[in-house]
Unconditional design. Structure first.
Length: 337
């Protein structure tokens, strides 16, 4: 009963949050582009086309009326045809969003491995050069703008060492697999298209690593501090006095308990990665939702910007809800209230 009440409250908060995000973006786009019909009509707009676009998107109506029509369309799942791409907006999202999801999942895998590993090593070697080096590294990457981390990786590994491709989803000479999940690497794996799979995987490594380097520091720091705190607990001293091996004490007792607070932070990190992939995708020309939103901003295509913002906002609030639930599940002492 307590869980059901919590879920109802959070669902209401989610709806309010998403509506607030949509409203703010709606106002901003209308302030920046009061009459986007001229931009949507092309480089040489014809008055009849401008008039037709204005009528279709209710651009002559007051802003609150336009917002009403937009909300109705959003919750009906009918976002209309994009004025720049001349395709249904829902189809564009269906093509580009899974690519962003694939990039985010790959970055999360790197964050989990790198964050837990470096955090555990730093805790075991507390206040040693190893600990200082790890902390300095993640503080530097954590404080750097994402585009700078991406460009440095691109310059060093792609252009300098020529170890990995600099841009794109895969080798453009290879035919893409059939869209099953919409994620190129996963679709190629499902279909057994090994040339495209390896090409897509190589193209995925750099942007996923760049996205992970910006965020792994919070997991590394949390694991380190939690393990150091747990090391002073009575049950750890008991395990040591029983003669357990150092490896068992570290991994079975210290690290296992340190993962409890990290799980909820990982869910929140996933939400931030989903929203922060815009910059990384633009640098690496990873044609996902972030890249599409960047192009839409350049073209003043605010119906697509609004739709993309709605999708990202939904992803963020769901990830926050999952984080709260996981925190209660992994640690029964935590009450959902």
């Amino acid at each position: 009963m307590r869980l059901a009440s919590f879920l109802i409250r959070r669902s209401i908060n989610m709806v309010i949050t998403v509506l607030g995000v949509i409203f703010i973006m709606f106002v901003i786009t209308h302030v920046i582009t009061p009459n986007p019909a001229v931009a949507w009509a092309g480089p040489h707009p014809v008055p009849s086309i401008v008039e037709a676009i204005t009528k279709e998107y209710h651009l002559n109506d007051p802003v609150y009326v336009q917002f009403y029509y937009f909300l109705i369309a959003v919750f009906q799942g009918n976002w209309g045809e994009d004025p720049m791409y001349h395709q249904p907006i829902i189809q564009l999202i269906d093509v580009y969003f899974p690519r962003t999801l694939e990039l985010t999942i790959a970055a999360m895998i790197v964050i989990i491995i790198l964050g837990i590993l470096t955090g555990a090593i730093a805790a075991v070697h507390k206040n040693t050069p190893t600990d200082y080096t790890i902390r300095a590294f993640y503080l530097v990457t954590w404080s750097m703008p994402p585009f700078l981390v991406a460009m440095l990786l691109q310059l060093a590994i792609a252009y300098g060492l020529r170890l990995l491709p600099a841009t794109g989803l895969a080798n453009p000479l290879l035919p893409p697999p059939k869209p099953i999940t919409g994620m190129p690497t996963i679709d190629a794996l499902i279909e057994g298209d090994w040339p495209y799979f390896w090409s897509s995987l190589r193209h995925l490594i750099l942007p996923a690593t760049a996205l992970a380097l910006v965020a792994f520091g919070i997991i590394s720091r949390l694991i380190r501090n939690s393990m150091i705190d747990i090391a002073s607990k009575p049950f750890i001293r008991t395990a040591i006095m029983k003669g357990l091996k150092d490896r068992d004490v570290v991994f079975r007792h210290m690290l296992r308990n340190a993962l409890i607070p990290a799980i909820t932070v990982l869910a929140l990190t996933f939400a931030s990665l989903l929203a922060g992939a815009v910059v990384i995708e633009d640098v690496f020309s990873w044609t996902g939702m972030g890249w599409l939103l960047t192009q839409a901003l350049y073209q003043q295509d605010y119906p697509l910007v609004m739709a993309g913002t709605f999708i990202v906002a939904i992803g963020v609030v769901i990830a926050n809800l999952v984080a709260d639930i996981l925190y209660a599940v992994v640690d029964p002492r935590i009450k959902l209230e």
